[in-house]
Structures are given as C-alpha cells and as structure tokens.
Design a binder for this molecule. Structure first.
Ligand code: HEC
Length: 147
C-alpha cells in the first residue's frame, strides 16, 4: 500500500512533463515543419507578388528553410500516423507511397535547385520560387485533406 502510494506520487511528479512529450508525435512534428515551410512561403510569396521589397538575404534564407525541411518531412509518416493530432495527411500517403515519394523527391529537387540558383533579383526568385510552389500545390492536391 505504502509502496504504491509512493509510486503514484512519483507518477504525479512525472505527469506534468507529458504535454511537452506529446509534441514529439510525428503528426505534430510534420505539422510544425510545414508551418515553417508555410512561413518561408509567405516571405517568398509576398516578394513575388510585389507586396514586399525584394531582399536577397531574406529570400535565400527562406529558400534554405524549404530545402532543409524536405528530407526530415518525408520521414514523419510512419504507419499508424494517419489520424490524430488534427492531421490533414490524406490516406493516399499510405495507399500510394510511390506517388507520395515522387512528390517528396520533387520537393527536395526543386528546393535544392532554388538554393543553388541563389537568386539575386526578383525575376530569378520568381523562377525558382514558382517551381517550388507548383510542388506545394501538387503534393497538397494529392496527399493533404482539403479543409
Ligand atoms: C510532399 C508533399 C508536400 C509538399 C511538397 C508540401 N506539403 Fe505542405 N503539407 C503536406 C501534408 C501531407 C500536410 C498535412 C500534414 C499533417 O497535418 O499531418 C501539409 C500541411 C501544410 C500546412 C499546414 C501545417 C499545419 O499547421 O498543420 C502548410 C501551411 C503547408 N503544408 C504549406 C506548404 C507549402 C507552402 C509548401 C511548398 C513550399 C508545401 N506545404 C509543400 C504535404 C506537402
């Protein structure tokens, strides 16, 4: 009896740490990564539309955020992570893994190419950024739930 009370007491000490651990689910990790990708897209998109001044340093930093997200993102879709945590991942990710891999590979390819292009003016950014935005769209159409 006394031992189990001690056990419960120690569990209660551990429990407050659990919400922080919950952030480690692949569903949440990939959503956080996509939020970073979305944040970078906002910066680049605004420049492409002329809503903000072209800034080569800011643009290239955002391109790096895109490129660095591609590989870790693809690793965050283990079996069984198709639901929970408000995920918008579509079942097609697991029913059509080749198609999803293809989109991941395109994303890695176009984002790396954009970083390598190192755009120094708006026209160059539009070319590199536009190629990446096409992949955002095609992957979302096939593999993200519409809301
Ligand atoms: C290879 C596929 C793929 C590519 C490429 C891709 N996305 Fe996504 N994106 C997804 C999936 C799948 C989700 C849903 C993840 C989840 O909810 O578990 C998502 C979710 C998001 C979200 C919502 C994040 C949240 O808070 O839940 C944003 C914003 C986003 N993507 C932006 C972008 C932008 C911008 C690009 C291009 C620069 C991009 N994505 C490229 C597959 C992709």
């Amino acid at each position: 009896m006394i031992r189990s009370k001690a056990l419960i007491a120690s569990l209660l000490l551990i429990l407050p740490a659990l919400p922080a651990l919950a952030g480690d689910s692949p569903q949440e990790q990939r959503q956080e990564l996509m939020e970073d990708v979305g944040g970078a897209a906002k910066k680049i998109g605004k420049m492409m539309k002329g809503e903000t001044e072209f800034d080569a340093a800011v643009a290239n930093q955002a391109l790096v955020v895109w490129a660095e997200s591609a590989e870790p993102f693809g690793k965050l879709f283990p079996e069984g992570s198709d639901s929970g945590y408000d995920t918008e991942a579509k079942a097609t990710i697991w029913s059509d893994p080749e198609g999803f891999e293809e989109q991941l590979a395109l994303f890695a390819e176009k984002t790396s190419a954009a970083v390598a292009a190192n755009p120094q003016d708006l026209e160059a950014l539009k070319a590199s950024g536009g190629a990446v935005f096409k992949v955002c769209k095609s992957c979302h159409e096939g593999y993200r739930v519409d809301d």
